[in-house]
Ligand binder design. Structure first.
Ligand code: BGC
Ligand code: NOJ
Length: 814
């Protein structure tokens, strides 16, 4: 069952019922100001950091679901309704929500009155624009009221939710015409404020929530809206809000448009006190400038066109055309869009991540780069250096950092031993895409301390050596607190039954080892060695190559279980992910990574491991993380077995590592199977089961409940997941096979044999490659010939040259 449809021409998903199984959201904003917005207008805004600079308030785990947002009420006689249905939930005569690239359009009709709200964050601005058009579809003149409503957050979202003894007395606002200013703490600790304005005279306003809603009131029927008159309340403490009252009169057929702006304004430090009296009156100069940029419908329309142009340009760098409509839709639009969102958000703010608990992840953001780097390489470069600057001097890393301060998060700390290697992965992707080796010379701090800076190349060296220097009893990499699998905490013990686990300290080991990190070490170690060679660091390259070869041997000796790769050894040297185990006999992660690293390829282990994945881990909705699930809690394994069977890391379908298997299948040339794995979790291919899947059908979710769970097939944690980058990497670079490499662009497809081929346009280092792939013999892999601008080229890589701006490539498979 579906709740909407894809509109590929407009690059939109059109939702046709407000009652989707879960809120289906979109992200507005591309750089600094962001809003989350659901298909019923729920959500909130923040500037840069969802924890520290939150503009509007959101309530989590709310009942009813998703019941705070940026709302517009229409009071037409006795009927109160909202263009996005919530929060009044008045049945609409017509409803649609179009989620597009950085904008959302809500259209509601009630009693022949239509309201169309277009919400977006203009490119380069720090505000959300809400363009509201009202049309009288009847034959009579209509007089009605519109009330806007946003509830301000007192900036620090964590403090806002907890520190009431203080916060009930700090709220302050200012009102100037149609502009309502939220300036809590401006008199002392802040030089920023929020403004919420409309480009028309207002009949009244409210800035105090309880006045607006009424005593014990709720936003489904605010007292002010029910009565049809604003109270002109001025918030002092308690809960500041912004609400405008517009009186509207429309002749038959007439449309009127209003532009609302919710802005974040920061007075630069040098201007901090200019024009600001000691009583905290705002210096409004910058707000006036901001509002003047959107004070007519034409200006708002022009900004929307600019936003669409921005996205059309971004998405023009990689486009394909094939006989598979859903493939084209995902590659040309939604994969790349989700990659941009994960790059911006890391794992901080979604409808499953509060924006408070987690900032930017070291591991997560490095992986996000893999799918983002071709979109805006300069931003990728900056991100890589930001991440590296949080690294410790020994090469290990803070697991997360706060986007506003860019400093490591000491609450979470470090100890995830895969982290350092992801930095090599992200950097290699950047260099392959851009050919820019100058990043390696950048002086880059450790632990955000500029006095401890070295070149970035030295950061990479320490990353690689961190693994080399932290090997365990079998010479496999020590896992530390966990590797990619956050919940596999193998250095745990408890002294008393029922007691929560503790971890072994440095003196007791900790001994647990990871075959997954070994796979990463081999795969990304090859990139490290290649980069060293390019930099003339021959000795270091040789040292790395030797360490990689040793690691491959170690995996074959101590990490192969006969039919698949082992997952790990725990602190007591017990095997994890082995046929000898009672539960958790086989895990997905090492199968993906060891095959991607081609460990044991010649010995036939790669094929064997892939067959085992298919045999033991496959389900109709995707590949589960492990089998059999852990049926009881094992303290020595950590968090993994605290999940009921089938959820999350305990045998859920973790979408993130499904593409690892798909890529691994392309390594051994099985295009049909790679395709099957790709399509099984691919949003466009499973749109028809939205009632089972439940999350948005245009983006990936982190997890789908596995076959051992009662809700098999139900997804959770949509949007912010490494799945975004990995699936785009998989389909673009390994299935379609268009892969940037150090010396040029490789075209080496591994496709389902049913495909006749495809065409693609790929911009690469300023050159546009127009690629035609033909598959006359319906093979799965193999390039018979490659013709570049009429000339045959040996192998599958087009050597890079900046001479021509357009290059025609014809690849014949066979
Ligand atoms: C989740 C993981 C997540 C981790 C983040 C765990 O509870 O299961 O998926 O990566 O928390 O800290
Ligand atoms: C989600 C986390 O964001 C990611 O870093 C981790 O690898 C996976 N969960 C698996 O535990």
């Amino acid at each position: 069952m579906k709740f909407g449809y894809f509109d590929d021409t407009n690059k939109e998903y059109v939702i046709t019922s407000p009652k989707t199984p879960l809120p289906w959201i979109n992200y507005l904003g591309s750089e600094n100001f962001f809003s989350l917005i659901s298909n019923t207008c729920g959500g909130y805004s923040f500037y840069k950091d969802a924890k520290l600079l939150r503009l509007t308030r959101y309530r989590y785990n709310n009942v009813p679901l998703d019941s705070n947002g940026h709302y517009y009420y229409i009071k037409d006689g006795d009927t109160i309704w909202n263009p996005g249905w919530m929060p009044s939930k008045t049945e609409l005569d017509a409803y649609s929500c179009r989620h597009g690239m950085g904008y959302s359009v809500f259209k509601g009709t009630k009693n022949k009155l239509t309201a169309e709200l277009t919400s977006f964050v203009p490119v380069g601005e720090t505000c959300e624009v809400g363009k509201l058009s009202l049309t009288n579809e009847s034959n009579e003149t209509r007089n009605f009221s519109v009330f806007s409503y946003v509830e301000f957050c007192l900036w620090n979202a964590m403090d806002d939710m907890t520190n009431f003894q203080r916060n009930f007395s700090t709220g302050e606002v200012e009102i100037h015409g149609s502009a309502l200013y939220h300036k809590t703490e401006y008199r002392e600790r802040r030089n920023h404020y929020a403004v919420y304005a409309v480009n028309a005279p207002i009949a009244g306003f409210d800035t105090d929530r309880d006045s607006f809603l009424g005593a014990y009131g709720e936003n489904s029927a605010p007292e002010v809206v029910v009565n049809g008159t604003s109270k002109n309340s001025v918030a002092s403490g308690w809960a500041p809000i912004g609400s405008h009252h517009l009186e509207v009169s429309l002749a038959p057929g007439e449309t009127k448009t209003y532009v609302f702006v919710l802005g974040y304004v920061e007075n630069p430090v040098e201007e901090k006190w200019v024009g600001r009296a000691e009583d905290g009156v705002i210096n409004r100069k910058r707000a006036d400038e901001l509002l003047s940029r959107f004070d007519t419908a034409e200006k708002a329309d022009a900004a929307l066109v600019k936003l669409k142009d921005y996205w059309n340009e971004l998405l023009s760098h990689f486009t394909i055309s094939s006989s598979e409509e859903k493939l084209d839709r995902m590659v040309n639009i939604w994969h790349q869009y989700q990659c941009m969102v994960t790059f911006n958000m890391s794992r901080s703010a979604s409808y499953f991540e509060s924006g408070i608990g987690r900032g930017m992840g070291f591991r997560d953001s490095c992986q996000d780069l893999l799918g983002f780097v071709h979109l805006i390489p300069d931003r990728a470069r900056e991100r890589i250096l930001d991440i590296a600057a949080t690294q410790f001097e020994d090469g290990s890393a803070y697991h997360q950092y706060q986007p506003l301060t860019k400093k490591g998060n000491s609450d979470i700390g470090s100890g995830f031993n895969d982290d350092p290697l992801w930095l090599i992965a992200g950097t290699a992707a950047y260099i392959k895409e851009t050919g820019d080796y100058s990043i390696l010379d950048e002086m880059t701090p450790y632990d955000s301390d500029a006095s401890k800076a070295t070149t970035f190349m030295e950061h990479l060296r320490r990353s690689f050596h961190y693994t080399m220097e932290h090997l365990g009893p079998h010479n496999l990499p020590l896992i530390g607190r966990a590797d990619w699998n956050d919940c596999l905490n193998l250095n745990c013990f408890s002294t008393e039954p029922g007691e929560s686990f503790q971890t072994f300290g440095p003196s007791e080991g900790p001994n647990a080892e990871s075959v997954f990190i070994a796979g990463m070490f081999v795969r990304y170690g090859k990139d490290y060695a290649a980069i060293c060679r390019h930099q003339g660091m021959t000795e270091e390259a040789e040292l790395a190559e030797k360490a990689i070869a040793e690691m491959e041997k170690t995996v074959m000796d101590a990490g192969w279980d006969g039919e698949w790769y082992l997952r790990a050894y725990d602190h007591y040297k017990n095997k994890i992910g082995s046929k000898e185990c009672e539960d958790g006999k086989i895990f997905i992660e090492p199968q993906g990574f060891c095959v991607m690293a081609e460990i044991g390829l010649e010995e036939g282990c790669c094929l064997k491991a892939m067959e085992s994945v298919e045999k033991y881990l496959d389900t109709k909705y995707g590949i589960v993380l492990l089998q059999p699930p852990y049926h009881r809690y094992h303290v020595e394994l950590g968090e993994i077995s605290s999940y009921p069977p089938g959820y999350k890391e305990n045998a859920g379908i973790f979408c993130h590592n499904n593409p690892w298997i798909s890529i691994a299948e392309t390594v051994i040339g099985r295009g049909n199977r790679a395709w099957q794995v790709y399509t099984r979790t691919c949003p466009a291919y499973i749109e028809d089961i939205s009632e089972i899947h439940r999350t948005e059908p245009y983006v990936y979710s982190q997890m789908i409940a596995g076959k051992d769970a009662p809700n098999f097939g139900e997804a959770k944690n949509s949007w912010l997941t490494g799945t975004a980058a990995w699936t785009f990497l998989n389909v673009s670079q390994f299935i379609l096979g268009i892969r940037p490499d150090y010396d040029g662009l490789t075209v080496d497809p591994c496709i389902p044999s049913k495909l006749d081929g495809f065409t693609a346009k790929r911009d690469f280092r300023g050159v546009s490659y127009h690629i035609t792939v033909k598959n006359p013999n319906h093979v799965e892999k193999g390039v018979l010939s490659m013709i570049v601008d009429g000339q045959p080229v040996e192998g599958t890589t087009i050597p890079f040259s900046a001479e021509k701006k357009d290059v025609n490539v014809e690849v014949t498979m066979g």
